[in-house]
Structures are given as C-alpha cells and as structure tokens.
Design a protein around this ligand. Structure first.
Ligand code: AMP
Length: 219
C-alpha cells in the first residue's frame, strides 16, 4: 500500500505517520527526517540542505527526488510524509510508481486552521536521535532537554523559529498547496480535520484508510 500524507507544517503528519507505521508495519518515509539525518552526518547533501532548511525553504527538487527514489517501491508499503511538496516532485512520484506499476492507494490531507498551526509550532521541539516530537509548553519531556523515549537530546529545530515558520507557511501556500489540487483533480483525496487530540486524529486517519475508495493510479 502507498499512502501520501499532505498537510501544512504543524498539522501532525510526522506524529500520525509514526503511529501508523508502528501499527501497520508500513515504512515511514519522511523526507524531513531523512534530510535531518543527512545534515547530522555532515554529508554533501546535508551541507547543501541545511541552508535551505534553516530558512524554511524547500531543498531543490532533484536532490530530494534522488534521495527518496530508491525507497518508494519498498515491499512493506510506504507512508510518504513530507513528499511530494512540489508539482515536480508529484510528477516524479507518478513516474516512479507507473514504472513499478503500483498505484497511490490513498492521499490524505490533514487540515488545521492557521491560528492553531502557529500555536502548535511555537514551542515545538524534537528529539535529535529518534525524532519524537514534544511541545515545550504543553507536552515537555519529563527531564528538560532529554527524550523520554530514547534519552536523546530534545531541542527546538532551527526551522521552528518564528521567521522560518512564517516562510514555511508561505512556501506551503505557494508550492505545496498546488500538489493538493493536483491530487484532487486526479481522484479521491480523503480530507481530515486534524484538530483534537493525537488519538482522535489517529482514529479519523485509520478510518479514512479502512474506508478509502479505489486508488489513484499515476497517469
Ligand atoms: P519537515 O520535517 O517535513 O517539516 O521538513 C523540514 C524541512 O526539510 C522542510 O522545511 C524543507 O526545508 C525540507 N524538506 C522536507 N521534505 C522536503 C521535500 N519533499 N522537498 C523539499 N524540501 C523538503
């Protein structure tokens, strides 16, 4: 099964994708996590990506596409989180899937209103090792700066700082919202209002996956 999770920064795609991957065994493919891994390892791609990421800009399409290409056909199924983020990426994904002769089974859009997004992103922090998200105001780790799950360092991402957040929202509207329109024009996008607790959103998401209609075949 191939699922694409779309939604603005702060909609909870990462949290939900992690849970879904744990409960279904599907591979969670987060281009944000992969790129942060490249930055942490100091690779050539990481050095290039860091500048774009710190500003809240998108890493260039060719770099992201070649990073993810080999993972898309994973036989355990994939849950795409944060990809595609541009029309060029969406078309590259179509080409890869068409080549593998597999459809996108569900496109799921998590929507949250802008005031709620800004509230969620301010204070958001992440474990640098296992990527578990926290909110320093409403859901901090039990020991300051230390992940409850793996003991790794918990810190606010550079791109969750206010100027970068404003830019990420703008980039989402300009470059990623058209991807949603692209999938809407091709077939069925399941719409989920992603407010409420993570458990409530997870229930809606699981329901959308269980009750989804036929897949969106790349054309
Ligand atoms: P995320 O963790 O998904 O919010 O991604 C964090 C940052 O990584 C984004 O703000 C971009 O700079 C970069 N990034 C993640 N996915 C992509 C993508 N599909 N295309 C370009 N840049 C990406």
């Amino acid at each position: 099964m191939r699922i694409v999770l779309l939604g603005p920064p702060g909609a909870g795609k990462g949290t939900q994708a992690r849970r879904l991957s744990e409960s279904t065994g599907m591979k969670h493919l987060s281009t944000g996590d992969m790129l942060r891994g490249e930055v942490a390892s100091g690779s050539e791609l990481g050095l290039l990506a860091k500048e774009f990421m710190d500003r809240g800009d998108l890493v260039p399409d060719p770099n992201v596409i070649s990073m993810i290409r080999n993972h898309i056909g994973d036989p355990s199924g994939v849950l795409l989180d944060g990809f595609p983020r541009t029309l060029i990426q969406a078309m590259a994904l179509d080409t890869e899937l068409k080549f593998a002769n597999v459809p996108i089974d569900r496109v799921i859009h998590l929507s949250v209103d802008i005031d709620e997004l800004v509230k969620r992103l301010s204070g958001r922090a992440l474990c640098g090792d296992c990527q578990t998200p926290y909110n320093l105001e409403s859901d901090p780790p039990s020991k300051t700066g230390i992940c409850d799950r793996c003991g790794g360092p918990v810190a606010v991402r550079n791109d969750d700082k206010p100027e970068a957040v404003a830019n990420r929202m703008k980039v989402y509207q300009e470059l990623t919202a058209p991807v949603l329109d692209y999938y809407r024009s091709h077939g069925n996008v399941a719409e989920i209002v992603a407010t409420g607790s993570p458990d409530e959103v997870f229930e809606k998401l699981s329901q959308a996956i269980r009750s989804g209609k036929s897949g969106v075949m790349a054309n």
